[in-house]
Design a protein around this ligand. Structure first.
Ligand code: C5P
Length: 232
């Protein structure tokens, strides 16, 4: 268990590609995120091997199904020893509560957070799928539901983090992707923030992928982010 607030997104197509980076990293300096691509390619054993190496692992599979199925998936994920996992808030109250209850007796209870709205959705997309209001209103409403159901927090964009910190209080976990150190390429991220801005605005953990994984020197890129936030 590290106290690092940096979660490196292991967005790789194979375990070998991920492992080339992981072997150079130190669990005391960062946490790791395994998403759908690597999970489908490398499987649960690979996730468990990262935990065995001492990493805090965020299993980013965004479960969204009927309550019984999501609860069972959460229980199975907890068996891997992951530090944090997530579900979709749009699965509704019964699903969120079932997910939380499924983890209550896990040996070391993983943190459970929810995705409110995918950041790829815009106001017009919400109307098309029948969600009332704009994205900001929907994120506010859904994060309230998530907190009410006893989950630990939400994934949120850098644009939403200050309002959510005010609305949901100091204990609620806010995990922020879309982080770009000042010198980094933006890639396809539109709503970006620097590591310093995100932490100052109230983010608990920063998810950083390509600015570290694709850097010529990933270790130096990570250390530079750690320095940037240490000096706040
Ligand atoms: O490479 P980059 O830093 O953009 O990676 C960000 C990571 O966070 C990716 O794994 C991406 O799937 C994830 N993510 C995101 N935006 C969200 C939710 C998750 O970029 N709203």
């Amino acid at each position: 268990m590290s106290d690092s607030r940096i979660i490196i997104a292991l967005d790789f197509a194979t375990s070998q590609a991920a492992q080339n980076l992981v072997e150079r990293l130190d669990p005391a300096r960062c946490k790791l995120k395994v998403g759908k691509e690597l999970f489908v390619a490398a499987g649960p054993d690979y996730v468990a091997s990262l935990v065995d190496r001492g990493y805090d692992v965020f299993l980013d599979l965004k479960f969204h199904d009927i309550p019984n199925t999501v609860a069972a998936a959460c229980r199975a994920a907890a068996q891997l020893g992951v530090w944090m996992m997530n579900v979709h808030a749009l699965g509704g109250r019964a699903m969120l509560e079932a997910a939380r209850e499924a983890l209550e007796n896990a040996p070391s209870r993983p943190k459970l957070i929810a995705v409110t709205l995918l950041t790829s959705l815009q106001d017009a997309d919400l109307a098309e799928v029948g969600i009332v209001g704009n994205t900001q209103q929907a994120v506010t409403r859904l994060s309230g539901l998530v907190q009410d159901c006893g989950l630990d927090g939400v994934v949120c964009s850098a644009r939403e983090v200050s309002a959510l910190r005010r609305e949901r209080g100091s204990e609620f976990v806010l995990v922020t992707p879309g982080i770009r150190p000042i010198q980094a390429e933006r890639g396809d991220q539109a709503r970006i923030a620097t590591p310093r801005e995100a932490i100052q605005n109230g983010s608990s953990y920063l998810v950083i992928g390509r600015p570290i994984t694709q850097a010529a020197d990933p270790l130096a890129a990570l250390e530079s982010v750690l320095n940037e936030i240490d000096s706040i």
